[in-house]
Design a protein around this ligand. Structure first.
Ligand code: GA4
Length: 332
């Protein structure tokens, strides 16, 4: 991240005296080892669109190994990080997020979740041992994908859907279009001077995929929007993973689950690093409300392919409500 001069900082959005800056302790915490977790997950997805999980089965070693690779990558000189390239399989970006001009106090690396076909040349941005990075990455991704699939199966159970792998098989598919993102939000010391102001690291949005699995270091910054529209801060938690419903799951559940609006604000003192797995279906997969969840109710969304939805998501700004365009009856 380039250190910005004072005038440049003005291009970043400030949120003054943001509502409820205190950390909110009401986000559902699900113990994956408990037999009633399926019902609790369904309730959390209906009420919040997100929840935290413990007893997730992912080793601290696997998390720490990848986090240290991420921290090391972000500490490299900009010219080295930019070798990652602007698009798949590795896309490094700094300040501008996505193709539509959203700006944030963030730098990131976006990777395809399957690095098997990614050449050593690409991976050499991580240092002299690309194969070591590949193995640390693969360890983490396979553990996180396994957990995401378990959660999706518990959701299917809780919703009484058959077969129970009807969501998880989309992530397990060889063609699954899942992505992984490393985000670094450097501290912004200038913020200390303007008391009560927060700056946007990653603007408000919902995730377009099926499910998101987020892990961050011990620094706050993530906020979610509650059903009443208030923004609340999610406390950092080293024991859990933060899971959120994506737009595609909202559509498949015919709106019973809601994808959660979230954003990240920067800290004036501490650096935040997050590692996020976005579980997505194959590009050709048709996404539509599941007939058993529509029974007796109106189908809220038109059918679309993940390819089309992704394309439209990338054409809209982060804060736009993309799903509106896919509703059967568009909002007046
Ligand atoms: C949000 C979720 C994931 O980070 C992401 C993001 C993507 C990007 O960074 O390129 C998008 C954003 C995300 C949705 C709207 C578009 C696309 C930035 C943006 C402005 C990788 C994804 O799949 O969608």
């Amino acid at each position: 991240m380039v250190v910005l001069s004072k005038p440049t900082i003005e291009q970043y959005s400030n949120i003054r005296n943001c509502l409820n800056p205190t950390l909110y302790s009401g986000i559902p915490l699900i113990d994956l080892s408990k037999p009633d977790s399926n019902h609790l997950i369904v309730k959390a997805c209906e009420d919040f669109g997100c929840f935290k999980v413990i007893n997730h089965g992912i080793s601290m070693e696997s998390i720490a190994n990848l986090e240290s690779k991420a921290v090391r990558f972000f500490s490299l000189p900009l010219s080295q990080k930019e070798k990652a390239g602007p698009s798949a399989p590795l896309a490094y970006g700094n300040k501008s997020i996505g193709p539509n001009g959203d700006i944030g106090w963030v730098e990131y690396l976006l990777l395809t979740a399957n690095l098997d076909s990614c050449s050593q040349t690409f991976l050499s941005v991580f240092g002299e041992n690309p194969e070591k990075f590949r193995s640390v990455f693969n360890d983490y991704i396979s553990a996180v994908r396994k957990m995401a699939c378990k959660i999706l199966e518990l959701m299917a159970d809780g919703l009484k859907l058959q077969p129970r792998n009807l969501f998880s098989k989309l992530l397990m598919d060889e063609q699954s279009d899942s992505v992984f993102r490393l985000n670094h939000y450097p501290p912004c010391p200038e913020l200390q001077a303007s008391k009560g102001a927060n700056m946007i690291g990653f603007g408000e949005h919902t995730d377009p995929q099926i499910v998101t699995v987020l892990r961050s270091n011990n620094t706050s910054g993530l906020q979610i929007s509650l059903r009443d529209g208030n923004w609340i801060s999610v406390p950092p938690d080293q024991n859990s993973f933060f899971i959120n419903v994506g737009d595609s799951l909202q559509v498949m559940t015919n709106g019973r689950f809601q994808s959660v609006r979230h954003r990240v604000l920067t800290n004036s003192l501490k650096s935040r690093v997050s590692m996020i797995y976005f579980g997505g279906p194959p590009l050709s997969e048709k996404i539509a409300p599941l007939p058993s969840l529509v029974e007796g109710e109106k189908s809220l969304y038109k059918e679309f392919t993940w390819f089309d939805y992704k394309k439209s998501a990338y054409n809209l700004r982060l804060a736009d409500n993309r799903l509106e365009n896919f509703k059967r009856i568009a909002a007046p």
